[in-house]
Ligand binder design. Structure first.
Ligand code: XMP
Length: 517
């Protein structure tokens, strides 16, 4: 567990911004890990942290239901920075008083720095600057041995530090990790570099080097299997493993018959150019047969999931003597399951290779477990993978089966594939593809009336969906230029036989979801 890099431990009290704290620290090239607030002192110590950050959270230090945590961290002599709820925790534990603010503060406030040393180093001359507040409680009385080092109109103690016997405890009532806080990155850097004295050695190059060593050590001379989905995560995980153990790695790509237009061919080309030992398995007939006339989206997902496991199992048996399975699990997936609030409710059954390792008695290799999506992309670059693979939009495992609302037929697949390909092609050529998180076409289960030439038509409707998002958990519809949308609609109606209407989806998530099924 301990990294050879200096590490900052972030204790997660359930703030929606906890991941951002870890990211900002990593952007300063310092390794950081998020642990559940309930982590034991021994677990925290095992990371040999240079410092600890206590995140914000929804609880109140004076109310019931506040998370239990290893308070002794405050007496380890380590630098500790509490953010929002984290600051109130420090104040409460150290003998201060926290109370409900008369005026709760949400959003922008103007911060005035009173002490321009350590946390606010370099910012004393910055005058009042904007910070992002989101709190109900505030510090009413500082703990003994603490001093206020910044204030806002509604919070006389908007930041504090201990001035007592060598303790290095700090608190910020606002959120330095969000983009709306001016100088937020600088404040976190001041904590990390100057107070924790952590060295900025965490680079993708060093991560890659270390990971390759770890994979080699773990796998030894055994054979390794990897299911490539066509997405960036599994590809980067496979590319790293390939660097580590070369021909011991066999990749499997399963064509489930509901991929996008030309997708399988393009992927085969990429895999070949990277000299992966990759088995391209065409199971499209089998998948399509299993889907039959199913219309229920959750059933479609389960059928595709089951078929996937079946085909993949068969391939693994054919290869024989496999002990390890490589998976492109990312850090947000890991954190989701450690958060003290527990994983969020399953809205849709997302199918992946989840059930496989246990059934096949395979041990897991998850080289991306510590990374965020944008870090995976950076790593992809360091591995020399092509941009069109690195910047691909996420694509759901059940593929076009959940973008054809209702029954999946050969004719409806053709219509959707052709319309979708035009949309993506135009996004690319207008330089918009990378500006959106995900974009695709869906085929609606209705027909509408139109007129083409002098003929009345009664044909398919295509929905276009493009969203902006950072993690797919929340999303807004992408405000694509109207002339662009008009151009795409025109092309689809003119070129895709059987379509006479195109609509654009302007719903956000929540309350909608990104996919239509
Ligand atoms: P929703 O539609 O839930 O999608 O807002 C969030 C993200 O998840 C993808 N998605 C899936 N991925 N299997 C997958 O592997 C699925 O069944 C599935 N359903 C949705 C979706 O494309 C988006 O990126």
């Amino acid at each position: 567990m301990p990294s050879r890099h200096d590490t900052i431990v972030v204790l997660d009290f359930g703030s929606q911004y906890t991941q951002l704290i870890a990211r900002r620290i990593r952007e300063s090239r310092v390794h950081s890990v998020i642990l559940a607030a309930s982590a034991s002192l021994d677990t925290i110590r095992a990371y040999r942290p240079s410092g600890v950050v206590l995140s914000g959270g929804p609880a109140s230090v004076t109310g019931a239901g506040r998370p239990q945590w290893a308070k002794a961290v405050l007496r380890e002599g380590l630098p500790v920075l509490g953010i929002c709820y984290g600051m109130q925790v420090i104040a409460h534990e150290m003998g201060g008083r926290v109370g409900g603010a008369k005026r709760r503060e949400f959003g922008r406030a103007d911060l005035r720095v009173r002490d321009g040393s350590d946390l606010f180093r370099g910012l004393a001359g910055a005058g009042a600057f904007a910070v992002w507040m989101s709190h109900g409680d505030r510090i009413e009385k500082l703990p003994p041995g603490f001093r206020a080092i910044a204030r806002t109109k509604n919070a006389p103690v908007a930041a504090m530090k201990s001035v007592h016997g060598g303790r290095r405890l700090y608190g910020l009532q606002f959120h330095p990790e969000v983009a709306h806080t001016a100088h937020g990155a600088q404040i976190l850097k001041n904590f990390v570099y100057h107070i924790c004295e952590a060295r900025p050695t965490w680079t993708m190059g060093s991560f890659l080097h270390d990971s390759i060593g770890r994979i080699r050590q773990r796998v030894g001379r055994e054979n390794v299997l990897c299911a490539l989905s066509g997405g960036v995560d599994s590809l980067v995980a496979a590319a790293m493993t390939h660097r580590a153990v070369g021909a011991q790695l066999t990749c499997v790509f399963i064509d489930n018959g509901v991929m996008r237009k030309h997708e399988t061919k393009q992927l085969a080309k990429t895999f070949r150019s990277h000299r992966f030992n990759c088995r391209m398995v065409d199971a499209s007939v089998q998948f399509r047969h299993a889907l039959g006339r199913t219309t229920d989206p959750e059933k479609k997902r389960r059928i595709i999931g089951r078929q996937f496991v079946k085909v993949f199992n068969g391939e693994a048996r054919n290869i024989g003597n496999v002990r390890y399975l490589v998976q492109g699990t990312l850090y947000p997936d890991v954190i989701e399951s450690i958060s003290h609030q527990g994983p969020s409710a399953t809205i849709k059954t997302h199918h992946n290779v989840g059930g496989l390792p246990a059934r096949m008695r395979l041990k897991l290799v998850e080289p991306l477990r510590e990374l965020f999506k944008d870090e995976v992309r950076e790593l992809g670059k360091a591995l020399g993978l092509p941009d069109d693979m690195i910047y691909r939009h996420p694509f759901p495992g059940p593929g076009l089966a959940i973008r054809i609302l209702g029954e999946v037929t050969t004719e409806r697949l053709r219509v959707l594939r052709d319309a979708d390909a035009i949309f993506l092609d135009e996004l690319e050529s207008h330089g918009l593809y990378r500006k959106v998180w995900q974009a695709f076409a869906v085929l609606l289960p209705v027909r509408t009336v139109g007129v083409m030439g002098d003929q009345r038509t009664y044909e398919h409707v295509i929905g276009l969906r493009a969203v902006s998002s950072v993690d797919g958990m929340t999303a807004d519809w992408a405000h694509l230029p109207h002339p662009f949308l008009g151009h795409v609609a025109n092309r689809i109606i003119n070129e895709v036989h059987g379509v006479n209407r195109v609509v654009y989806d302007i719903s956000s998530k929540p309350p909608s979801t990104i996919e239509w099924e």
